[in-house]
Design a protein around this ligand. Structure first.
Ligand code: FE2
Ligand code: FE2
Length: 309
């Protein structure tokens, strides 16, 4: 499916697009590879996708996208959701606390060799890859205090207006210093891809705005302590100075971002729309579930490999 889709997107007249509308994916990887190509039409820099962008809303693309996403959402909903009768913000915070410091991060902090740290960081992709665009999309149609909080978060994300402090710039600086090379999609665990694509699902469906608010909140609530463990790994391994700023800024500001997101986005929105509460938790559970699968797979890859060696 994904190869046929990519070929059709490259043809000038979109020949072959209609044929993929009802094609089935060979397996999960094929499905997510097809979704990656579709999300790129919505979110990737124009210079990367070229003329294929004209097919963003082609009926065949819309049909295929909706079908593939319906299957994926059914799987995401099969992940356990927290049901602890508390209010939404308490439930969200306790979900975030549950797996805030995965064993994998502790291993990175305490035991991984420098090469293993680099391998881990290449797969992790930073605590908040493309978060700036996600927040920008998430605030569409929101107003009042939540809008202001999202704007404040976005402003932090883009370095408070200081070009050298923009988080994606800091990430590139870190990646260059550490010598991280992008791992081709077909060499990543499937869960690393789905974790990255969750932002595509959430940000290309207005209907999932409550879920997106929950997922972004969970990212903020969990990132700080994880980044501190990466910094410990840097200290232990003697990482170059340019590796530090990206993880340092997230270790410092994300705990505040998380609490502010709960207080200024989740709570006022739930006051205004009580029916959004369960859906905010649903989105947070989606993110927690995709994280858990990713951590399990990367642990198998790195820690089990070490034990076997
Ligand atoms: Fe960030
Ligand atoms: Fe943040």
């Amino acid at each position: 499916l994904s190869n046929r889709l990519r070929a059709a997107l490259q043809s000038p007249d979109g020949a072959g697009l209609s044929a993929v509308a009802d094609a089935t994916a060979r397996d999960a990887r094929d499905r997510f590879d097809a979704l990656a190509a579709i999300y790129a039409l919505h979110r990737a820099p124009l210079v990367q996708i070229g003329d294929a962008v004209w097919f963003q809303h082609h009926p065949a693309i819309s049909e295929l996208k909706a079908r593939l996403e319906a299957d994926w959402i059914a799987e995401l909903d099969a992940l356990p959701v927290p049901h602890d009768n508390a209010d939404v913000s308490t439930s969200l915070k306790s979900l975030a606390a549950r797996d805030r410091l995965p064993d994998l991060y502790r291993w990175v902090a305490d035991e991984a060799t420098w090469d293993e740290v680099r391998e881990f960081l290449a797969l992790e992709g930073g605590p908040d890859a493309d978060f700036d665009d996600l927040v920008a999309t998430c605030q569409i149609g929101i107003d009042g205090v939540p809008k202001v909080e999202m704007a404040r978060n976005y402003w932090d994300e883009i370095g408070n207006g200081e070009p050298t402090e923009v988080h994606t710039t800091l990430y590139r600086r870190m990646a260059a210093a550490v010598g991280i090379r992008a791992v081709p999609a077909d060499q990543q665990p499937l869960s690393a891809l789905t974790r990255g694509l969750l932002g595509g699902l959430l940000s290309t469906n207005r209907s999932l705005q409550p879920e997106m608010i929950g997922a972004l909140g969970l990212i903020e609530l969990q990132a700080g302590p994880r980044c501190r463990l990466v910094l410990q790994a840097f200290d232990r391994c003697g990482a170059p100075q340019d590796a530090y700023p990206f993880y340092r800024v997230h270790a410092e500001v994300d705990p505040r971002h998380g609490m502010d997101w709960v207080a200024n986005v989740v709570e006022p929105i739930c006051d205004a729309h009580p029916d959004w509460g369960q859906r905010i938790l649903r989105g947070a559970a989606w993110r927690a579930g995709t994280n858990a699968e990713f951590f399990r797979d990367v642990s198998e890859l790195l820690i089990d490999r070490r034990r076997a060696a």
